[in-house]
Design a protein around this ligand. Sequence first.
Ligand code: CP
Length: 313
Amino acid sequence: MTTATTALRSRHLLGIEELETAEIDLILDTALAMKEVGARPIKKVPTLRGRTVVNLFFEPSTRTRMSFELAEKRLSADTLGMTTVGSSVTKGETLSDTARTIEAMAPDMIVMRHASSGAPHHLSRVCRASIINAGDGTHEHPTQALLDAFTIRERKGRLSGLRVAIIGDLAHSRVLRSNLWLLTKVGASVVVCGPATLVPPGLDQLGVQVTHSIDEAVDGADVIMMLRVQHERMHGLFLPSVREYFTFFGLTPARMRRAHPEAIVMHPGPMNRGVEIDSEVADGPWSVILDQVANGVAVRMAVLYLLAGGEEG
Ligand code: CP
């Protein structure tokens, strides 16, 4: 049992590792109220009026970037965006210099995605603004895990006691790491599965079951979370072929029959259809993949609101 809390302890959201269970509950409960705002004819509240949020994306993104931008607009924040292409980063400017330059314009919050693990932590030490990690290297993607938890709770009514199978490229996944922190904190039972070349050592010491058999992983699962094969982060031969990967680790309708009859299928996106997931599953009745995207806006509104101090009603 956790004690209810009404505020986050830190002014940054750098990872799920640092959050207490009560803070996770607070974000998910706040997101529920934010989702109601998104269902109104006029989807806007004045909560962050007069606040400036800068979105710094040093890596490609569709879902996270648009979701944060929409969340900021729904909360009436002034927003600015910067991607690597078209910025002075391409002229050799360092991350610290870019950060100090942006800081000079006095933003209240900076949302950052970066290819290097720990980049947002560095920013939090050199900037006065609140920093939100929108995915750093292979380290964490906290708002993804929060929107995943929100979606599971919405569908299943709880997180504790559920059997969650996480399958795919475990070695390169920040989504995995954030989800492991979150799901183990809230009492879910987690099994992870992938080929030996894509399972980092020491996972079994994090309180999760590790298997190389997808059939074993999905057996009786309430939630199946598929992870993308991240070819762009693989520097070496991790897989014999995509075809062989799909044969041994792809989620197919036949494999879905081993799961709980009311199991849900999740994927953070972008998906590699025919690599980690069959289109029949991705688009089938089990899939909550687009719910995840929709819920991402509410969860990010909740995070922005709480980091701003939760001042406005
Ligand atoms: N899930 C996720 O982070 O997707 P994007 O890379 O499109 O933001």
